[in-house]
Design a protein around this ligand. Structure first.
Ligand code: SAH
Length: 373
């Protein structure tokens, strides 16, 4: 495999749309149907080297290898939780670090993908929120997380019904709707039936509530929507999800109603992190069901996952059960999300790539070699 380090001067083809890939090959004077073959090699077979592409002529393979690469991000760390959850710390070509998490179930599995390096939202209960945003991820860096996970798990060629990676959740680091264009481009690649071919029904985009982009995603992407609600009163949500000051609850719920209208037969997931004594009272539960009345929805109750220095505690089991019961009695599914990968800080809201701290400490020690390795 061409390593990420050996890519200097060569363009990475991962993340190009089909049209862009065709244009790239047309520039070399290569027929259009070859672009389709190349696409299948990359996204259906998971080829990491042009040399292996046996349906292309030797000359074309050489030419491609000279100009292009299919390099994935480098796994700087690969951790496994006792419950089977696996977390990769990935080093991007520019040295920035992101995390990707695989959550296996008995007969399926979800890959939790990051959309940004860090995050700008600063939700008070989220570890990633304490990290400064470095930048948006490119489409290729988003798709690349999936390719790398498939490489590591050995799930190539793309199976018709993926077992280990059957679902994608955009619930990693970052706010996907603040990186709309790249996320949309990446999802189109992921959904392409001649490649990875994961259907929109198996993709969930989670947002803290960027209202204008929720509407756009509802029209253009039509994936499952998860809304990180977490509070039912603006006074509280303003504090724990500061984005609420820009897009308050009433606007958010209106956008969800629009999304539901545009995507009938689809339920919106409202995510609600259970914070002891903060948002977990029976009155909150009642207000929640009033708020979402009429929206085809389920409510995902997420026990708060602690992280070093976090200013919250997880609600008691009893409080969570009482909350869930009120929501269920109103006719909504209210599963309590089992925390996965807590022991390796891979659970919801625990991701933080430490890129700044690590780089700073490497500088302090005057280490010339890369800080991670
Ligand atoms: N920015 C997007 C994507 C992040 S998804 C969003 O806000 O939806 C991560 C999910 O985990 C969100 O619902 C988030 O609110 C939740 N979360 C964050 N920190 C958490 C924590 N410490 N414990 C449990 N859930 C948390």
């Amino acid at each position: 495999m061409e390593s990420a380090l050996a890519t200097k001067g060569r363009k990475n083809l991962i993340g190009l749309s089909r049209a862009e890939l065709e244009a790239e090959l047309a520039g070399l004077g290569v027929e259009r149907f070859r672009a389709r073959q190349l696409w299948q090699w990359i996204y259906h077979r998971g080829a990491v080297s042009f040399r292996a592409m046996s349906s292309l002529s030797a000359r074309l393979r050489d030419e491609l290898a000279e100009r292009y690469t299919l390099a994935r991000a480098e796994p700087a760390r690969d951790q496994r939780s006792l419950d089977g959850t696996r977390k990769w710390l990935l080093k991007l070509a520019d040295g920035n670090l992101i995390e990707t998490v695989h959550i296996p179930e008995k007969d399926r599995g979800a890959l939790c993908v990051s959309s940004q390096v860090g995050c700008t939202l600063s939700c008070k209960f989220c570890h990633t929120g304490t990290q400064r945003l470095v930048r948006n991820l490119e489409a290729g860096e988003i798709v690349g997380q999936l390719l790398l996970a498939r490489d590591a798990i050995g799930e190539w060629p793309s199976p018709e019904d993926g077992r280990m990676i059957s679902n994608i959740v955009l619930m990693g680091m970052g706010e996907p709707l603040y990186n709309y264009d790249n996320v949309a481009k990446a999802l189109r690649i992921v959904m392409d039936p001649e490649g990875i071919a994961i259907s929109r029904r198996r993709i969930t985009l989670s947002t803290a509530g960027v209202v204008p982009q929720i509407r756009r995603a509802g029209e253009e992407l039509k994936v499952n929507l998860a809304l990180s609600l977490h509070a039912v009163r603006d006074e509280l949500r303003d504090v724990i999800v500061p984005l609420n000051k820009k897009y308050p609850i009433a606007e958010l719920i209106a956008a969800c109603r629009d999304y539901a209208r545009l995507n009938p037969n689809r339920r919106i997931t409202f995510e609600y992190v259970m914070l002891k004594g903060v948002n977990d009272s029976p009155a909150d539960a009642k207000a929640l069901v009033r708020l979402i009345r009429g929206i085809p929805a389920k409510v995902n109750l997420i026990p708060f996952n602690p992280w070093p220095g976090a200013p919250f505690e997880c609600s008691d089991e009893r409080a969570i059960r009482a909350f869930a019961e009120i929501v269920m009695n109103a006719g909504y599914h209210a599963p309590v999300r089992t925390p996965r990968g807590r022991d390796i800080l891979a659970a919801c809201g625990q991701l933080k790539s430490d890129s700044l701290r690590r780089r700073a400490s490497a500088r302090a020690k005057e280490v010339a070699a890369p800080a991670i390795g």
